[in-house]
Write a protein of this length. Structure first.
Length: 445
């Protein structure tokens, strides 16, 4: 790391003690900025780097709620409004027991550059809670969401901050959150949340967008080598929103996804994933991956480890941060895997990324390859503002165009800064310069 960025990194570590994931995300971006600052030293002036690593606002609040048996629980809620240079803060809400300030900060920081890459005029933010929705009744989830929104509603708005889903937050939760927001404000501000139901302001293709976009990005990377996904074997991790629609798009493009996972283990289905069964188990029944195996002859459940030991051509980590480490990377490379595209946020450890780059395979960081979700959220905001509704083909065509543009921006920036094919440098440099130019235009704020 260059001296000037090293100093900023050290300050981040000193100021945000113990927040390992936040340090990791900042380090990855700052490391990429060396060649950018060498070429354009003004980006290191006027405290720009110091400002970009410090959230504009951090909100932390108590979320009390009552379970079905009458017991009181207290969770912690977060919203980190990180950067509004390009537009209202935009980013998802995560409900998972591992959530803490450092996790939300890393996600909010990544979101700044991801959102910049979409070219759509959205700032970066993230939120969530350490609430665990697993095993909770709909009524419990509703009461939690209502309590969470009672505080959050003071801080958000269609032109201020627009939350959406992430781990543990899907259509059901967005519905309860929107219902409470509308009741508190006495105002039908459809544009205050995205990922809404289709009957109340949601956009067609938002559900599919992150997974579809990730696969489209992988297809674009392969196209630079004159190759495609046709006939490729794919390992997917996760079995949630991103994983399911990554599998769907991969199948549409003639590839063969053979794995998926949840926190109870992973499934290998050499015949190719039965997507209808997976949707039934995960989206309808809210079941576990074992429920798929019990109904699918030939599929096997592995309860230890992650799917990265299965020989495949392409890996799509779509579950959570740091789920693919150096050993997993070595195993994928040994088995001939030539493409890794991140559907999740920061799923590969720095050591895994280093191994992929040293081996010269195609590797896409999540802030580029999973940007289709937030991009389609911005399309949802656009439809809400225009009081209009596009058909699926229109929304999907826009998503496809945005993913192609993000891919090309990364390729171009990597070439500009002297490291062709380095999608990490490309994504960070392209995202950073877009935000930084506008921060400079806005003065010291
Ligand atoms: P979901 O809640 O729909 O699914 C998450 C999946 O990952 C589940 O199968 C879950 O298993 C598994 N998982 C989550 N945490 C862990 C863990 N600590 N260990 C093992 N498995 C885990 O979330 P999404 O699909 O929406 O999100 C997946 C990833 O994609 C996240 O990193 C998210 O930040 C990222 N992302 C999501 C976008 C979106 O539009 N939804 C947009 C861009 C990125 P289990 O149910 O057992 O916990
Ligand atoms: O990480 C992400 O980009 C998301 N969870 C989606 C955010 C959004 O506002 O749609």
């Amino acid at each position: 790391m260059q001296d000037v960025v090293e100093k900023v990194y050290e300050q981040v570590v000193a100021r945000n003690r113990g927040e390992a994931e936040f340090h990791q995300a900042v380090r990855e971006v700052l490391e990429s900025l060396g060649p950018v600052i060498s070429k354009h030293p003004h980006y290191a002036e006027d405290g720009l780097l110091e400002r970009i690593v410090e959230p504009e606002r951090q909100i932390m609040f108590r979320v009390p709620w009552v379970d079905d048996a009458g017991a009181v629980h207290v969770n912690r809620g977060f919203r980190i409004e990180f950067n509004s240079a390009l537009g209202p803060y935009k980013g998802g809400l995560r409900f998972h027991p591992s959530v803490n300030a450092g996790i939300i900060k890393f996600l909010g920081f990544e979101q700044i550059f991801k959102n910049a890459l979409t070219g759509q005029g959205i700032g970066g933010g993230k939120g969530g809670s350490d609430f665990d929705p697993h095993g909770r009744s709909d009524a419990e989830v509703m009461r939690f969401c209502q309590s969470f929104m009672t505080e959050l509603s003071r801080h958000i708005g269609p032109n201020t901050d627009v939350p959406a889903g992430d781990i543990g937050v899907g259509g059901r939760e967005i519905g309860y959150l929107f219902g409470q927001y509308k009741r508190l404000r006495n105002s039908y501000d459809a544009g205050v949340l995205t990922g809404k139901g289709l009957a109340w302001g949601g956009s067609l293709a938002r559900t599919e967008a992150t997974g579809y976009g990730t696969v489209l990005f992988a297809q674009s990377m392969l196209a630079t080598k004159g190759d495609s996904l046709e006939g490729k074997k794919i390992a997917v991790s996760g079995a949630g929103n991103v994983a399911i629609y990554a599998i769907e798009k991969a199948q549409q493009l003639g590839a063969k996804p053979i794995t998926f996972s949840d926190s109870s283990g992973y499934v290998v289905d050499e015949a190719g994933v039965d997507l209808e069964l997976l949707k039934q188990v995960k989206e309808v029944e809210r079941g576990r991956v074992a429920d798929y195996v019990s109904r699918r002859p030939g599929a096997r459940l592995v309860t230890e480890g992650r799917p990265w030991d299965v020989p495949v051509d392409v890996a799509l980590p779509c579950a959570t941060q740091n789920e693919l480490d150096a050993d997993s990377a070595a195993s994928l490379l040994r088995n001939g895997c030539a493409v890794v595209a991140e559907g999740a946020n920061m799923p590969c450890t720095p050591e895994a990324i280093e191994a992929f780059q040293a081996a010269g395979i195609l590797y896409a960081p999540g802030k580029a390859s999973n940007a289709g979700g937030v991009a389609t959220s911005a399309l949802e905001m656009e439809q809400n503002a225009g009081r209009t509704r596009w058909d699926f083909a229109t929304a999907e065509a826009k998503l496809t165009g945005i993913m192609a543009d993000i891919h090309d921006s990364c390729v171009e920036a990597a070439e500009t800064y002297g490291r062709p094919g380095d999608y990490v440098l490309g994504a960070n440099a392209a995202g950073f310069t877009r935000v930084a130019d506008v921060m400079i235009a806005h003065g010291i704020v």
